[in-house]
Write a protein of this length. Structure first.
Length: 185
């Protein structure tokens, strides 16, 4: 699978780290893009830089010469995690002034899977309308709302409840403890 993962300056860096931990760059072609504030927030929240495996292609947010910024390049899915409400709003407005925004626009126009994972709460009416707009345009909005029914033992397991939902939407297996079909009662 050819994937684009993007991080914005929203809180929730653990979700991106746990998602990267589940994806094998030897099996999937993974491109990672950071917004201007993403690295700062990641360092503040995780206490260090993101742990990125060898083989993951990293990009800044100011280059349009990345393969996934063109509709002619075939990519399977894009996940923006965490996705700030500012980024979601700019996607809803159709702006394309950064690599992340251009790629999101391309995924929407080409009818490719675009998963937005906002962590923001509470929402105001503008947020709600922007969420509706991106959903109407074809994006999947998957709010970072961790589940407690699996009785997570630590913060990583709690974050994995959201990561499992992302992987499920990508059609990929979730971490062992979160295989929905096996745990359904």
């Amino acid at each position: 699978m050819k994937l684009v993962l993007a991080a914005t300056g929203a809180s929730g860096a653990i979700y991106l780290q746990r998602l990267l931990d589940q994806l094998d760059p030897e099996v999937h072609e993974i491109h990672l893009v950071f917004s201007n504030y993403a690295k700062q927030v990641i360092k503040e929240e995780l206490g260090s830089e993101l742990l990125v495996g060898a083989g993951v292609h990293q990009h800044g947010d100011k280059s349009m010469s990345v393969p996934f910024a063109s509709g002619s390049a075939r990519f399977d899915a894009m996940v923006i995690v965490p996705c700030s409400m500012g980024t979601l709003g700019r996607i809803a407005a159709g702006t394309s002034e950064t690599t992340i925004l251009r790629a999101a626009d391309v995924f929407l126009k080409e009818r490719r899977k675009l998963i937005l994972v906002p962590r923001e709460t509470p929402w105001n009416l503008i947020h709600a309308r922007n969420v509706v707009a991106v959903m109407e345009a074809g994006a999947l909005v998957l709010p970072a709302c961790p589940g407690f029914y699996s009785k997570p033992k630590n913060l990583e397991e709690l974050a994995d409840t959201v990561v499992a939902r992302i992987l499920d939407q990508l059609g990929l297996p979730a971490p062992g403890a979160f295989r929905w079909a096996e745990n359904a009662e």
